[in-house]
Design a protein around this ligand. Structure first.
Ligand SMILES: [Mg+2]
Length: 167
């Protein structure tokens, strides 16, 4: 099967940086730059990371579709290599291209890690729908955000919602 994992709040715990986009006072602006810039300090969410690894080890094709911007690609690849694409996973061949990115800039990770273009300020539930390749749509998508889950389901895709995701 082709299986898609969201990253923020699905594989990674972003609680420590939610304050950037949940201002305490009325009139204070959301700081999306600060929110994304802090993503390298996210802790992995053990249950979904393990599930993702097990699916890769079982031979399924896994892709990562994130609302993060291309500017965070290097940070995101590093994070995935550190917590998800372990040596055991890479040894089986799954996630191999991403792992190589850490060692060499020659390998293109874009086919397996889909990200929002820099400067794209559209909402997730709009931007992410463009990741879908209708010749090879995913069999299952794991995502947390209610608006995104709803948009995928309206297109007929199967989504496992991993958290409430009402932010
Ligand atoms: Mg998310």
């Amino acid at each position: 099967m082709k299986i898609v994992f969201d990253i923020d709040n699905t594989l990674s715990n972003l609680d420590h940086r939610l304050h950037f986009i949940q201002p305490e006072s009325v009139g204070e602006k959301k700081d999306w730059d600060g929110f994304f810039a802090a993503c390298e300090r996210d802790a992995p969410i053990p249950q979904t990371v393990k599930l993702c690894q097990d699916l890769m080890l079982a031979g399924h094709t896994v892709e990562f579709w994130t609302g993060r911007r291309e500017a965070e690609r290097d940070t995101t690849v590093e994070w995935l290599n550190k917590y998800v694409l372990t040596r055991e996973v890479c040894a089986k061949g799954w996630g191999y291209p991403l792992y190589l990115v850490k060692l060499s800039r020659l390998v293109d990770s874009s086919w397996r890690l889909k990200m929002r273009k820099d400067g794209d300020r559209r909402r997730d539930h709009v931007a992410k729908m463009e990741f879908i390749d209708w010749d090879h749509p995913p069999d299952i998508i794991f995502d947390d955000r209610a608006t995104v889950v709803k948009a995928y389901r309206e297109l007929g895709l199967t989504v496992f919602q991993v958290a409430e995701g009402n932010f």
